[in-house]
Structure formats: C-alpha cells, structure tokens
Design a protein around this ligand. Structure first.
Ligand code: NAD
Ligand code: UDP
Length: 327
C-alpha cells in the first residue's frame, strides 16, 4: 500500500506469537489468521488456557506448540523457517499470577526475551515486545508519557514483573542498537475483555464474576486509586498497526484507553450493568506499591498509528459481562 506506511502483506507471511493461548495473545492470533498470516502460537499454558485457542485449531494456517520459551529446544524448529514477525507476549500479567509465578515471570521476560531476540536476529524478523505500564511503577507523572522513567521499587513484591519487563525493554533496545534489529516496544495499559480467566484475579474479571454470582465485590485499599481500561479489540488493532507501520522501528509506544476511572466507580458501574444486588466490601491494600493512578498519554500512538480506541468502558464491560455469563 504505497504511501500509507503499511507494507503490503506478503503471501503466507508468518507470525510467531508467544503467549498466544493467553488473554490478549488469543485475540491477536485470531485477527492475524483473519488477515491471512501463517501463525505459530507458542505457549506453556502457565496462565493461559487451551480453550482460548480451540476455535483457531480448525484453521490450517494455525500451528500451536506447547512449549516453555525460556528453554531453547524449540528454537531448533525455526532453524530453517522464515518468521516474518515476532509478537512476544508470553508473561504472566495479573498481579496475583505474577506473585504466584514470580521466578517464572522473571525468567520469561529475561531468558525468554533473549531467546526471541536471537531468533529475530537469525531470521531477520520484525520484533514487537509487549511491555507494560508497570514499568512506570507508582507514577509521579500523570498521565504517563513514554519519556517518563518511572518510579519503581526494584526489590518490592511487584518487582518480579516490573523489573523483568524493564530488563526486557533494555535488552530489546540493545539488540536494536547493536544488531539493527527491527524492534518496537509497546507499553500496554490495563486491557480487558473475553478470554480473561475467571480465576485471573485482575479487577474487571473479579468484579464481573463476583457481581453475577451474588458475591461481594472486593475493593482493595481506598477505591480511590485509578486505572484506564482498554477493550481488547482496540489493543490488538494497535499492536498489529505498531508491527506493520514502518515508522515504529526503534520506538517505544504507550497503547491503552485514556478513559480514567476510580476502582470504586468501576465497581458501581459493574453493579449497574449486571443488575446485581451484590455488596461492596473494602479490604486492605492487596499488594505493596499498588499504583495510585494510571492513565496513558497516547499522543505518539495517535500520531504514528492513527490509534483511537473505539470501544467505551460501558460497551466493553457489557460484552465482557455477556462472555462471563455464558461460560
Ligand atoms: P495472560 O496471562 O493471559 O497471557 C500470557 C500468556 O503467556 C499465557 O498464555 C501464559 O501461559 C504464557 N506464558 C507465560 N510464561 C510462558 C513461557 N515461559 N513460555 C511460553 N508461554 C508462557 O496475560 P495477558 O493479559 O494476555 O498479557 C499478555 C502480555 O501483555 C504480557 O506480556 C503482559 O505483560 C502484557 N500486558 C498485559 C496487560 C493487560 O492488562 N492484559 C497490561 C500490560 C501488559
Ligand atoms: N483490585 C480490587 N479488587 C479486586 C482486584 C483488584 O480493588 O478484586 C484493585 C487492585 O488493588 C488495583 C486495581 O484494582 O488497585 C487494578 O488491579 P489489577 O489486578 O486489575 O491490575 P493492576 O493494574 O494493579 O496491574
């Protein structure tokens, strides 16, 4: 597509998606297949679920490998294969999950990222790192721009995630500088939607499952802390654009929906949308260093990708509520 900055898709171009059986990864695999790519999905099912990719297995262009990307055995399979695009999403993302799997989280973001960068170097693949707004820690700048270095406790209980993602960013930038790899780093802000696990432990899946089963909604801390929630289809659209648009090479980009809400207001909204009579209970803060506020500055993504989230929190919650009701 001359002039659009988006390259025309090669016949049978292939994408490797790590964490492809997870929440965001499964949606990404689905859209990449719809776009005509050959998709290699790598996942060890640590926090993902095979049911997320069951519908994709009918598609002949979909290949699933149950493998741990921190090991290097799987790399041999790709020795003589061309991989055009690598989307590196493998990593626990929910705070209770990365606490439970703290060492696995450190390793997948360090060793796992290293293995994927080595493959990208050998295969000449474009590389996208799924990083996180957690690299900003409990931010002192609001909203958060990509230029902000963050306010992170390097030895706190969230550090297994924050610091390993910061390491992943650092090694990815080093492969860009040293080996001229075609990389981009995407800092994903809170994302939600179908295919989140009921037991995931993040706030939206918790509140919805609590509301529809008549349990009390658990607010950790004051409820005045804020987050900005992005519906998964907007996120996946942004990730694919970020990979395909040439001007993103070597760039760091925030992706998310800047619609900011307090956790208390989120609980109230979910009670209204589910028509639930569940109560709200206030509990102690769940984890030390819980960010007080979080909202992406997406000026750069708007400029480079034309990224404008389409799905409002109301709309996205309604779809998610239907999904959890039908499980
Ligand atoms: P998820 O837990 O649903 O998916 C992660 C997937 O990675 C899982 O399927 C898991 O089994 C797999 N995985 C973990 N370790 C692995 C390993 N060693 N080898 C192979 N597979 C492994 O989480 P998600 O919400 O889909 O997040 C996907 C990515 O996006 C993560 O990198 C996360 O840090 C990032 N992210 C997500 C959010 C969000 O709100 N969902 C926010 C910021 C960043
Ligand atoms: N939270 C909550 N109740 C829950 C789950 C989470 O009050 O049942 C709070 C959590 O303490 C945090 C915010 O909601 O302040 C977002 O938490 P989540 O686990 O979704 O992700 P985070 O943005 O912290 O990575």
């Amino acid at each position: 597509m001359a002039g659009t900055g988006i390259e025309s898709q090669m016949e049978n171009a292939s994408c490797l998606v790590t964490g492809g059986a997870g929440f965001i990864g499964s949606h990404l695999c689905q859209i990449l297949l719809e776009k005509g790519y050959l998709v290699y999905c790598l996942d060890n099912l640590l926090t993902g679920n095979i049911s997320n990719i069951k519908p994709l297995e009918k598609n002949l262009s979909f290949r699933f490998f149950k493998t741990d990307i921190t090991k290097d055995k799987w790399l041999r399979y790709f020795n003589n294969k061309k991989v055009n695009y690598i989307y590196h999403l493998a990593s626990p993302a929910s705070p209770p999950q990365y606490r439970r799997y703290s060492i696995e989280t450190l390793l997948v973001n360090s060793l796992g990222t290293y293995n994927l960068l080595q493959l990208s170097k050998a295969s000449g693949s474009r590389f996208l790192l799924a990083s996180t707004s957690e690299v900003y820690g409990d931010p002192q700048e609001h909203p958060q721009k990509e230029s902000y270095f963050g306010f992170v406790n390097p030895v706190g209980i969230r550090a297994c995630y924050d610091e390993s993602k910061r390491f992943a960013e650092a090694i990815t930038m080093e492969y860009y500088r040293k080996y001229k790899l075609d990389i981009r780093i995407i800092r994903i802000f809170n994302t939600y939607g179908p295919n989140m696990q009921v037991t995931d432990g993040r706030v939206i899946s918790n509140f919805i499952t609590q509301a529809i089963s008549g349990q009390s909604l658990t607010i950790y801390g004051s409820g005045r802390q804020t987050r900005s929630f992005c519906y998964v289809s907007d996120m996946v659209g942004g990730l694919i654009k970020a990979m395909e648009v040439k001007q993103t090479t070597g760039k760091i980009l925030n992706l998310g929906n800047p619609e900011e809400v307090t956790i208390r207001n989120l609980a109230d909204l979910i009670l209204v949308l589910t028509g639930s009579s569940s109560k709200i209970v206030k509990l102690n803060k769940r984890f030390q260093d819980d960010p007080e506020k979080r909202k992406p500055d997406i000026t750069l993504a708007k400029k480079l990708l034309g990224f404008h989230p389409q799905i409002s929190l109301n709309e996205g919650l309604k779809i998610s509520i239907d999904y959890f009701r039908n499980l």
